[in-house]
Design a protein around this ligand. Structure first.
Ligand SMILES: CC(C)(COP(=O)(O)OP(=O)(O)OC[C@H]1O[C@@H](n2cnc3c(N)ncnc32)[C@H](O)[C@@H]1OP(=O)(O)O)[C@@H](O)C(=O)NCCC(=O)NCCS
Length: 227
């Protein structure tokens, strides 16, 4: 079990404080002290996402896409970044870049299922050097918070049966898994169940605010206090 939970860092506690007009990022301190920021993925992330994908190990790429995939095609990179932020939403997670902004170390997304509008399939990838530090768990919790605001009540996934970390993440959401053959398991978690948002009310409010701003650009003038 991981020791402790991520601690939300309220915007007013950030050192240095966010500059005017700066893209909002939701910051957390991990139990091992690592500070990470979450922000919605957008089309300008296409190149960084492709680079991050190339930097993953063969194993991680295989676990993420369930097929050997040496690089993303341009069409795949567009699909993963040109998203509507409602039916397809993605959090990027990164470290503070000394030059400003975030240096990406992972992504988690949900895509609403066409056959069931209340369900969405999730996928996560954390760079190899940062796996096992609780970041995947944090991202999926942050995804679940946003998914619920868009009427999604169930998160699903198809995962290699050997992928203990991803199966554990579903278990922590109160989810179940069943074998679907060929070394794969289908995971399913009903939201609102056990352990969904143990990130705290302030963190969840800020995650929803930042995700909402991405989905509705007219909300971009709103600050953390809603004003
Ligand atoms: C799967 C992945 C997203 C998990 O993210 P992560 O940040 O490494 O995972 P976390 O550190 O949050 O750990 C999640 C849980 O799995 C457990 N875990 C991690 N590795 C494990 C392993 N090899 N065996 C058993 N449990 C493991 C952790 O202890 C934790 O459980 P806990 O909170 O009860 O301690 C990440 O490893 C990854 O990107 N892998 C490659 C791509 C992939 O597999 N994506 C998932 C399919 S879409």
């Amino acid at each position: 079990m991981s020791a402790g939970r991520p601690r939300f860092i309220p915007p007013l506690d950030l050192r240095p404080p966010p500059g005017p007009g700066e893209e909002p990022v939701v910051w957390f301190q991990m139990p091992d002290g690592l500070e990470v920021g979450l922000r919605p993925i957008h089309p300008e992330d296409r190149e960084a996402l492709s680079e991050g994908f190339r930097a993953l190990s063969d194993d991680s790429r295989y676990h993420r896409f369930l097929t050997p995939l040496p690089r993303l095609t341009d069409a795949q990179a567009r699909y993963l970044t040109e998203i509507d932020q409602i039916n397809h939403f993605a959090w990027g997670i990164g470290l503070r870049d000394p030059g400003g902004g975030l240096r990406g170390i992972g992504v988690a997304r949900y895509v609403r299922e066409s056959a069931d509008a209340e369900a969405a399939e999730i996928a996560v990838a954390i760079t190899d050097e940062h796996q096992g530090r609780g970041l995947g768990s944090l991202l999926v919790r942050a995804l679940a918070v946003v998914a619920q605001t868009h009427g999604i009540t169930r998160l699903t996934g198809v995962v290699l049966a050997e992928n203990r970390a991803m199966i554990r993440i579903f278990e922590k959401l109160g989810g179940t898994t069943r074998s679907s053959g060929a070394g794969l398991v289908r995971a399913d978690a009903v939201l609102g169940g056990q352990g969904l948002c143990n990130l705290g009310d302030a963190a969840c409010t800020e995650l929803v605010r930042v995700a909402d701003r991405a989905a509705h650009p007219s909300n971009r003038h709103r600050g953390p206090d809603g004003a």
